[in-house]
Design a protein around this ligand. Structure first.
Ligand code: NAD
Length: 347
């Protein structure tokens, strides 16, 4: 029998090649904005200037000091820059969207997000802030952008390595959505289709439309279902050893799938179907290898003894399809560390 609760999220999404240049002004108008704080950094700052040219007279300030992991010092500067504004317009990746979210959290300003990576943050109400080296996250409806303008033309400048890492991160959102705590038939349907688009896009990173659509679906599934065992493991590994976020996700994902698959038959078959493979674990593992993802966590510089160090930091969700024991988690992490073929026996 199926029973679930589903809090559908509001938000307007415009998707298509060219829409950022053609439709951004209309979307600014629709939100009634007269004084806009623009947040953009690096090469995206020039892009933002170009995109905002038709309504340049409404730009109250441009904030470019975005940093990864949204440090509180940066947020305070951005909040000060928002004084008097009636809209936050972000143009950039997850760190830029995250800075806009932190501003909206205390000011209540609406966000118009123009993503330039496949992070997916723009369709979630999840915020994150780093204070004194500690990252705190939370969920708040004020952090959810009011409008998102997805334009595959804007991700064309992403270096291939970044595009691949970002795309595989989105893949982790989709796979995890099948067993994350607030999963429901809607989030699972979105996740399955997300995997399909991401797999097509990753097979040919020039097909940016597939990747961006997959990223949108991945963010949407993650926003509803939440994070499960895979994200708990990667969060603990990242926090303890400062491992690179995207590569850690890409390495660990097939092992978590191998761990859960025998206890999540429907999820496994839907993931296989979306990847167009018979064995979803081998399919994911081979996809990572083809894209140049390191074979194991040891290639990221993690020591074998670190497996035992991090075990206590992993707070496994209570309703993971397979009960998570310390022994099970240890063998999963050992396999992921060594880069062994996933799917071999876990305790
Ligand atoms: P990022 O935003 O840190 O960007 C990485 C680099 O790529 C930056 O130097 C940026 O300037 C550059 N860049 C961005 N777009 C570009 C483009 N089109 N061309 C060339 N360079 C470009 O990285 P990210 O992967 O987009 O985001 C990661 C962050 O997002 C993490 O902190 C993660 O925790 C967060 N995130 C949050 C959520 C959420 O729901 N809150 C979801 C996913 C990710």
């Amino acid at each position: 029998m199926t029973a679930f609760a589903y809090n559908a999220l509001p938000g307007r999404v415009i998707f298509g090649s060219g829409v950022a240049r053609e439709q951004l002004t209309a979307e600014v108008e629709a939100l009634g904005a007269k004084k806009i704080l623009v947040i953009a950094t690096g090469s995206e700052a020039d892009l933002a200037t170009e995109l905002c040219e038709p309504f340049a007279d409404r730009i109250a300030a441009t904030f470019t000091e975005v940093r990864p992991h949204v440090p509180i010092e940066v947020v305070e500067q951005a909040r000060a820059a928002a004084d008097g504004a009636d809209l936050v317009l972000s143009v950039g990746g997850g760190s830029t969207t995250g800075t806009a979210k932190a501003v909206a959290l205390t000011t209540g300003l609406p966000i118009l997000a123009v993503p330039t990576t496949y992070a997916g943050s723009e369709v979630t109400p999840v915020w994150g802030l780093t204070e004194a080296g500690r990252k705190t996250t939370g969920t708040d409806p004020r952090a959810l952008p009011r409008t998102v303008v997805y334009d595959p033309d804007l991700t064309g400048t992403l270096p291939v390595e970044l595009a691949v890492a970002s795309g595989l991160n989105a893949m982790a959102h989709c796979v995890e959505a099948f067993w994350a705590p607030r999963r429901n038939p809607v989030s699972s349907a979105i996740a399955e289709d997300g995997i399909r688009h991401l797999a097509t896009g990753l097979a040919n990173p020039a097909s940016r439309e597939e990747l961006l659509l997959g990223a949108y679906l991945a963010g949407s599934a993650f926003a509803v279902a939440g994070s499960g065992l895979h994200h708990k493991i990667c969060h603990a590994l990242g926090g303890a050893f400062d491992l690179p976020h995207a590569q850690t996700h890409a390495i660990v994902l097939p092992y978590v799938l191998a761990f859960n698959a025998p206890h999540a038959a429907e999820a496994a078959s839907r993931i296989a179907r979306a990847l167009s493979v018979s064995d979803p674990v081998a399919g994911l593992h081979q996809l990572g290898a083809r894209l140049g993802i390191p074979a194991g966590l040891r290639e990221l510089g993690m020591a074998e003894s670190d497996v035992d160090t991090v075990l206590a930091e992993i707070h496994a969700p209570a309703d993971n399809p397979r009960p998570v024991t310390v022994a099970g988690l240890r063998s999963l992490l050992h396999a992921a560390w060594a880069g062994a073929e996933p799917g071999k026996d876990f305790a």
